[in-house]
Write a protein that binds this ligand. Structure first.
Ligand code: LLP
Length: 418
């Protein structure tokens, strides 16, 4: 017999996750709580990877999108490697059971301590962001008597067509180096035994919804790779970064993994190199919701109605930070005509609006709402602003809801204060 549908679906008028009713999860874990679908994550992992089956490739999940240990472990079991963006993410990947050679280390501004750790570990690659960083890596590797595998991050000066806060591929941003600088650096580095340039890296931004910028960036980097290889540089891989967008709005057009693969693969085949991918959002974004309880309802001047919930911008900052739109649904909608409302949190800022002007079913205090597509850049970007404890996290794994991150307590927060 087939199991329940993967992900978040209504069953008899109640929203469920992999067959588990969300009100039951709220009753046991409390709110606000992030709820993840293990079944949907498995489906999306396979759907993402399938179109790349014809070329040698490694999928390095971008930990920054969701760094909950249970999610990381699940992705490792599904076959993922890891992309870490800090020393903290490297340690977490190791704790989740990733081998050092399954980890790439990206990030502008790696500290000396982070680089020392990376040198000691023998990672798949350190993605270097500047000539100065590469010199520091070479010096540390020489001192440690080791050889470090590095990939040079290229900034191809391509506009990803996404929100300016998350566009990283134009020459005006702090990321990577120009094609000319990368070429000069790789040539120079070929003579340094402590560093082996094994790849080129490019990541032009996140939440990309059209193929052209991705194809253009990968084409440019492929041309550079081919020209360096013709000079005898023994490259092994091309890392195309992450960035594949998802549909936050029901009518939003995005790229399928097939269309994404079609944009990248012609160049990769031309290069003959192994393809590395660093997806984050596409894999985990739709697999998570933020489940929250209505704590107050009120009308304001002009008849505006506010639905005040127990999750705020400290739990999910995307609407406040990027003006991001997340679908909001009732977990157990009451019958009746919809009411237009602003869904707001308890934090002392007007920016603390999770969704403005939403048509929601009639609501009462104590009802549950879900903020959808919150699996990526949700819990990871949460803060303790207003001295609010970080929310609990629940993973529905093989049909069973499991608390994978317990809710912080006031005592947890107090322990770091002297
Ligand atoms: N690789 C690198 C080098 C990255 O900088 C990123 C994301 C990724 C991979 C993963 O990208 P994805 O597949 O998830 O698009 N907080 C923002 C998104 C920041 C993305 C940062 N870099 C948001 O909530 O929209």
């Amino acid at each position: 017999m087939a199991g329940p549908v993967a992900g978040f679906v209504y069953d008899n008028g109640i929203l469920t996750c992999d067959g588990v009713a969300l009100p039951d999860i709220a009753a046991s874990a409390g709110t606000p709580v992030y709820v993840y679908s293990g079944a949907l994550l498995a489906e999306r992992y396979q759907a993402f990877e399938a179109p790349f089956a014809g070329v040698p490739h490694t999928l390095h999940y971008a930990i920054k999108a969701n760094a909950t240990l249970a999610i990381l472990r699940r992705l490792r079991e599904l076959g993922a490697s890891a992309d870490a963006n800090s020393g903290g993410e490297i340690e977490l990947a190791l704790a989740a059971g990733f081998e050092p050679r399954a980890i790439v280390f990206t990030g502008v501004g790696k500290t000396r301590a982070e680089l020392e750790r990376a040198v000691a570990l023998d990672l798949a690659a350190v993605n270097v962001e500047s000539p100065g960083e590469l010199s520091r890596i070479a010096a540390l590797a020489t001192a440690a008597g080791r050889t470090v595998r590095v990939a040079v991050r290229v900034n191809p000066d391509v506009d990803a067509g996404t929100h300016p806060h998350i566009a990283t591929g134009s020459s005006a941003t702090k990321f990577g180096m120009s094609i000319a600088d990368a070429r000069a650096l790789v040539r120079e580095m070929s003579a340094r035994p402590a560093v082996r340039v094994v790849g080129l890296h490019v990541h032009i931004g996140s939440q990309i919804t059209t193929p052209e910028p991705i194809a253009r960036a990968v084409d440019l980097v492929t041309d550079l790779a081919r020209s360096l290889m013709s000079e005898g540089v023994p490259l092994e891989h091309l890392d195309a970064g992450g960035g594949l967008g998802i549909a936050y709005r029901p009518d939003q057009t995005t790229l399928s993994p097939e269309a994404y693969a079609a944009a990248i693969l012609p160049a990769i085949r031309r290069s003959g190199l192994r393809l590395l991918l660093e997806p984050g959002r596409w894999l985990i974004g739709p697999c998570g919701v933020l489940l929250t309880e209505v704590v107050d309802l009120k009308s304001q001047a002009g008849g505006e109605r506010f639905v005040i919930v127990d999750a705020g911008m400290n739990d999910l900052i995307r609407p406040a930070l990027y003006g991001a739109w997340h679908r909001i649904d009732a977990a157990h909608p009451r019958p009746g005509s919809p009411v237009r409302a602003d869904v707001v949190g308890p934090v002392c800022e007007t920016a603390d609006t999770l969704g403005a002007q939403r048509d929601l079913p009639p609501l009462e205090v104590g009802d549950l709402l879900v903020v959808r597509d919150a699996g990526a850049y949700g819990a990871v970007m949460a803060s303790n602003y207003n001295r609010r404890p970080l929310a609990a996290e629940v993973l529905v794994d093989r049909g069973h809801a499991r608390l994978v991150r317990r809710r912080q307590t006031a005592a947890d927060l107090r322990q770091w204060d002297e």
